[in-house]
Design a protein around this ligand. Structure first.
Ligand code: ADP
Ligand code: ZN
Length: 606
C-alpha cells in the first residue's frame, strides 16, 4: 500500500480515494506542481492535506476564508493532525506562538490568509521554515473578471519567486476555460500538471420549477422532502432574505438570515449555528457559502435566478458533500428574467462587460428552459460530456414541448401595436391582460380593449402566457427596457413575426405535477431509507454527537459525518476492531470516541 493510501485510512478513516484524488496526491507527493479543477464537494482538501502529511516539512495553505480557518483547523485536529492558522483575528502573542511552532517544524499544516503575504515579516518567516508544499485554495480568487476576485491573491506569485523548490498545488471549483487560463497565467502554472475532474455530482438531484407562489412552494418542498434537514435558501436581496427567514420561522422551520448588511457579530453567530447545530436552514444572499464545508447540507434552494451557470453550480454544489442524496431546487419565473436583464442594463462597466454578463445570463436561462437533461446541459457548459442522468426533473418527468410560434406572434404583435400605434410601452402583466381580454382599469383607461389583439389569447391561461413571455425573453426574441421592465422587440423578433422562424416552447407543468414520487424520495432526510431497526440507533448516535460537539465547541460533523453514523447504525459493530473498518473512523477518532460509540450502541433501548 502506498504511503498516501495508508494516511487516507489511518488518519481520515476512508477506505478509498474518490475519483482523481490518488493521481493528484501522488503527483504532489513526488514534488510536482498541480492545478486542480474539481467540483465543490469533490474532495479537494485531501489533495493537499495528504501530501502535506506524507512529505517532509509543513504544508502552507493559502485560503481567503478567514472566518472558517478555526473550523478547518479544529476538524484537522480532531483527526490528530497538527494544524494552525495565521490571520488578522489573532493577537500578536498567539501569532508568535504559531510562528515559533511553524519554524520549529512542529506543524503539519499552516493556514495562511493571503493578505499576510504582503508583509515582509511573513515572507521572512517562510524563508526560515521547512515547507512541504504550498496549497492555493479557492484559486479562482486570482481571476480579475471572476465573481470572487481578491486583490491579495495577485501577491501569490511571490511564493514561487521566494521558494522555487517548494511544489505548489492550486485548487478551484470554477472550471470555465477563461478562469482556467487566468489562474494558469497569474500563478505561473503553465508547467504544472492540470487535473480536470468530472464536474458531475451524481448524488444531487437538479430541479427547476415554475415560480407561482414562491414562499408556499418553498415551504411545501421543505415539509415534504426535507423536514428537519440542514439546507441553504438563496435569495437575491437582503430584504427578501429577511422576509423569507421570518416566514419560515413563523411556519415552524428553524431558519436564520445571512447577508452582508447584518451586523458582523450576528452574521458570525448565525454561521456558527448553521455549522454547529443539526437541521438549520440558512436563508442567505450569495455572500454566504464559499468554503462552508459542512458535509450534510441536504438541499440548496434558489428563490431567485442566479446570474450564471458557474454561480448556480457552485451554490448548488454546497449540497451533499458527504455523497448522500441531496436536492438542488429552484423556483424560476418571468419576473426573474425581467429583473436580471434590468440589473445588467443598469450595471456599471463598459459595453463589453455588459455583454459578458448577458452571455452568462443567457446560459443560465437556457438551462432553465431546456427540455433535455439538466445535468447533461450543465456539464456541457463546463466542456464535459455526459449521458442523460435519470436524476433531474427533466429526466424524471420529461416536459412536453409545443409549437409556440403563433402564441409568440400574438405577444410580439401586441408589443408592436402598442408601440407603433400608441407610442406606448408596457410590462408583461399588461400585455398578458390584453391577450386574455381582461377589462382591467388600466386597459379601459387606455382604450386597449379596442385593439385588434384584445382577447385573442383566450386559448391559454394566465400562467401559460407568462410562460410564453418568459421563454421569449429567455431566448432574446423579446427584451425589457427601463426601470419599469417594459417589453420591446429585438432584432430577432422580426423573423418570428414574418413567420420565418418557428418557436418551440416548453409546456408549463400543471400545478400539481411539479414533483414526482421518485423525485421526492431521492433527496429525503438523512435518516430516510435506513432499515427500520437502525433508525432509533441512528437517532441516539446523533444525540450523542450533538452533545459531544457542544461540549467541545465544534461543529457536529467534526465529530463524525452523517454518512459515518448511518454506517455505524446499520452495521452495529460490536468491537473497536469492527468499528475501525467503518468509513470515516480513523485512528484518532477511534481512540477518542470508539468506546463511547460502543456504549451508545449497547445502551438499553427505551
Ligand atoms: P471540496 O473542497 O472539493 O469542496 P472537501 O475537500 O471539503 O470538498 O470534501 C468534501 C467531503 O468529502 C468532505 O466532507 C470530506 O471529508 C469527504 N471526502 C473527501 N475525500 C473522501 C474520500 N476519499 N472518501 C470519503 N469521503 C471523502
Ligand atoms: Zn437528467
Amino acid at each position: 500500500m502506498s504511503e498516501a493510501s495508508e494516511v487516507l485510512r489511518r488518519v481520515f478513516g476512508y477506505e478509498e480515494f474518490r475519483e482523481g484524488q490518488q493521481e493528484i496526491i501522488e503527483h504532489v507527493v513526488a514534488g510536482g506542481d498541480a492545478l486542480v479543477l474539481m467540483p465543490t464537494g469533490g474532495g479537494k482538501s485531501l489533495c493537499y492535506q495528504i501530501p502535506a502529511l506524507v512529505r517532509k516539512g509543513v504544508g502552507v495553505v493559502v485560503s481567503p476564508l478567514i472566518a472558517l480557518m478555526q473550523d478547518q483547523v479544529d476538524a484537522l485536529r480532531a483527526l490528530g493532525v497538527r494544524a494552525w492558522f495565521l490571520n488578522s483575528t489573532q493577537d500578536p502573542d498567539e501569532r508568535r506562538t504559531v510562528e515559533a511552532a511553524f519554524t520549529a517544524g512542529e506543524l503539519d499544516l499552516l493556514y495562511l490568509a493571503p493578505e499576510r503575504l504582503r508583509l515582509e515579516s511573513t515572507l521572512r518567516l517562510l524563508d526560515r521554515a521547512d515547507i512541504s508544499l504550498f496549497a492555493i485554495d479557492e484559486a479562482h480568487c486570482v481571476a480579475q473578471w471572476g465573481h470572487d476576485f481578491r486583490p491579495d491573491y495577485l501577491a501569490l506569485s511571490v511564493l514561487h519567486e521566494r521558494r522555487p523548490d517548494v511544489p505548489r498545488i492550486a485548487l478551484t471549483a470554477t472550471a470555465t476555460p477563461a478562469t482556467h487560463q487566468e489562474i494558469t497565467a497569474r500563478l505561473s502554472l503553465g508547467d504544472a500538471r492540470h487535473f480536470v475532474a468530472s464536474f458531475d455530482r451524481p448524488n444531487i438531484q437538479y430541479r427547476i420549477v415554475p415560480k407561482r407562489e414562491p414562499k408556499r412552494q418553498l415551504l411545501e418542498f421543505l415539509r415534504t422532502e426535507h423536514p428537519g434537514d440542514a439546507g441553504i435558501v438563496y435569495c437575491l436581496s437582503r430584504a427578501s432574505v429577511e422576509k423569507i427567514a421570518a416566514f419560515l420561522v413563523d411556519n415552524g422551520v428553524t431558519a436564520l438570515p445571512y447577508h452582508a448588511g447584518l451586523d458582523p457579530a450576528v452574521r458570525a453567530a448565525n454561521q456558527a449555528r448553521f455549522l454547529r447545530e443539526d437541521g438549520i436552514v440558512m436563508v442567505a444572499t450569495i455572500a454566504f457559502g464559499m468554503g462552508i464545508d459542512k458535509p450534510d447540507v441536504r438541499f440548496v434552494a434558489h428563490l431567485d435566478l442566479p446570474k450564471s451557470v458557474e454561480g448556480y453550480y457552485q451554490e448548488t454544489g454546497r449540497a451533499g458533500r458527504d455523497g448522500l442524496p441531496s436536492t438542488a431546487w429552484m423556483a424560476y419565473g418571468l419576473q426573474d428574467v425581467v429583473q436580471q436583464r434590468k440589473l445588467i442594463d443598469g450595471s456599471e462597466g463598459d459595453a463589453a462587460h455588459r455583454r459578458r454578463l448577458a452571455g452568462h445570463l443567457d446560459a443560465m436561462l437556457a438551462l432553465c428552459e431546456t427540455v433535455e437533461c439538466r445535468r447533461t446541459q450543465i456539464l456541457a457548459y463546463f466542456g464535459q460530456e455526459a449521458t442523460t442522468c435519470g436524476n433531474c426533473d427533466t429526466c424524471l418527468s420529461p416536459p412536453e414541448s409545443w409549437d409556440g410560434t403563433v402564441a409568440a406572434q400574438k405577444v410580439l404583435s401586441t408589443v408592436v401595436w402598442l408601440d407603433r400605434k400608441h407610442r406606448q410601452k408596457f410590462g408583461a402583466g399588461h400585455i398578458v391582460d390584453i391577450l386574455l381580454g381582461k377589462k382591467t382599469p388600466k386597459i379601459i383607461q387606455n382604450d386597449h380593449d379596442t385593439l385588434s389583439v384584445f382577447g385573442v389569447g383566450a386559448d391559454l391561461s394566465d400562467a401559460e402566457w407568462r410562460g410564453v413571455v418568459r421563454q421569449l425573453l429567455a431566448r432574446g426574441l423579446l427584451a425589457v427596457e427601463g426601470d419599469y421592465g417594459t417589453l420591446v422587440l429585438t432584432h430577432a423578433s422580426a423573423a418570428v413575426l414574418r413567420g420565418e422562424r418557428q418557436v418551440p416552447m416548453r409546456r408549463e407543468p400543471a400545478r400539481t405535477a411539479t414533483k414526482t414520487a421518485k423525485a421526492a424520495k431521492a433527496g429525503r432526510a438523512a435518516a430516510a431509507d435506513l432499515p427500520e431497526e437502525a433508525l432509533p440507533v441512528f437517532e441516539r448516535l446523533r444525540a450523542w454527537r450533538a452533545a459531544t460537539a457542544k461540549e467541545q465547541g465544534v461543529p457536529a460533523y467534526v465529530i463524525f459525518h452523517d454518512a459515518t453514523l448511518r454506517e455505524i447504525a446499520t452495521r452495529a459493530p460490536g468491537s473497536l476492531g469492527e468499528l475501525s473498518s467503518v468509513n470515516g473512523v480513523g485512528e484518532s477518532k477511534l481512540a477518542k470516541y470508539g468506546q463511547q460509540i460502543l456504549d451508545v450502541l449497547a445502551a438499553p433501548q427505551d
